[in-house]
Design a protein around this ligand. Structure first.
Ligand code: FMN
Ligand code: SF4
Ligand code: SF4
Length: 263
């Protein structure tokens, strides 16, 4: 195998970028959800290992960081990250390189891609423009990976917080405190999409556990806008509009939930 790309995505931006990257990379490429690595299912050997994921609070999602710990990289493997975000990426890729170094690896190359926001809203005009530029942004990353470009990472937080610290700070902020309202039609879409299997259905009504991966797929794909985050009025039925990448379907994203602890 030449290239493996692991992806994590709630509203399709990162999956779309990962698919486009696969089209432009030289050689044979396998696309796998990060959950396959996280739960120890599949890890074909390759020369190039890529990660495509959204940024949350200018950091890689905790399931991605946990999954990276499982990597068994051959000597001289080239690694890259493409982080999709809403223009506020901070030092996420420097931090990711620090994190990988803490685990005996190194990030060879990384770049952010500005995409429509699925947390703080971005305007329709911004979204249309970012989707227009997605292809050229991805092409640039693929070209750089094909010629094995090396990024010079410097800065970031030299003393990385643990994955658990990051996860619990998002939990304390209430970003996983989902509330179901009366308009729920008991369709189960949220449970079927959740990459972390954090939603179970009781009489068809979703119940949320403690394994949220903060992807917001449940909110953006709910056909009844039946979910809210108590502390964040923007995530209420009256709040921002839902967003889904135009080229990605719910079935495409369900690939992530095929893998899990009890599957
Ligand atoms: C909980 C949460 C936090 C986010 N924090 C940031 C952030 O700090 N900076 C930023 O630029 N985008 C942020 N975003 C926006 C996403 O990174 C962006 O929309 C991304 O492209 C979504 O990718 P996906 O469709 O693959 O899930 C956040 C999204 C969520 C759900
Ligand atoms: S997706 Fe929405 S309507 Fe369907 S079960 Fe979940 S909360 Fe209810
Ligand atoms: S509960 Fe919702 S936000 Fe949390 S991981 Fe599952 S789908 Fe994503």
């Amino acid at each position: 195998m030449d290239n493996i790309i692991y992806w994590y995505s709630g509203t399709g931006n990162s999956l779309s970028a990962a698919r486009r990257l696969a089209e432009h990379l030289h050689g044979e490429t396998v696309l796998l959800p990060v959950t396959a690595l996280l739960y120890g299912y599949e890890q074909p050997a390759a020369s190039v290992y890529g990660f495509v994921f959204p940024l949350y609070g200018a950091e890689a999602p905790w399931p991605v960081l946990e999954a990276i710990k499982q990597l068994k990289l051959p000597e001289n493997a080239y690694t890259f990250a493409a982080a999709t975000c809403n223009e506020r990426g901070g030092v996420a890729l420097d931090d990711l390189n620090n994190y990988m170094m803490d685990h005996g690896m190194k990030l060879s190359y990384g770049r952010r891609i500005d995409m429509p926001g699925n947390c703080l809203p971005s305007s329709d005009e911004e979204n249309a423009e970012r989707l227009r530029y997605e292809e050229s942004e991805v092409q640039r990353i693929a070209d750089n990976v094909n010629r094995r470009m090396l990024s010079s990472f410097h800065g970031g937080n030299p003393h990385m917080k643990t994955v658990e610290d990051r996860r619990s700070s998002m939990h304390r902020a209430g970003l996983d405190r989902w509330v179901v309202n009366d308009s729920c039609i008991r369709c189960g879409t949220c449970a079927s999409l959740c990459p972390m299997h954090n939603i179970t259905l009781k009489d068809g009504i979703p119940q949320f556990g403690n394994e949220c991966g903060f992807c917001f797929a449940c909110w953006h794909w709910c056909p009844a806008k039946a979910l809210s985050l108590a502390e964040f009025p923007v995530f209420s039925p009256e709040g921002r509009s839902q967003y889904r990448h135009p080229d990605i379907s719910a079935d495409d994203l369900r690939e992530q939930s095929k893998y899990g602890k009890n599957k």
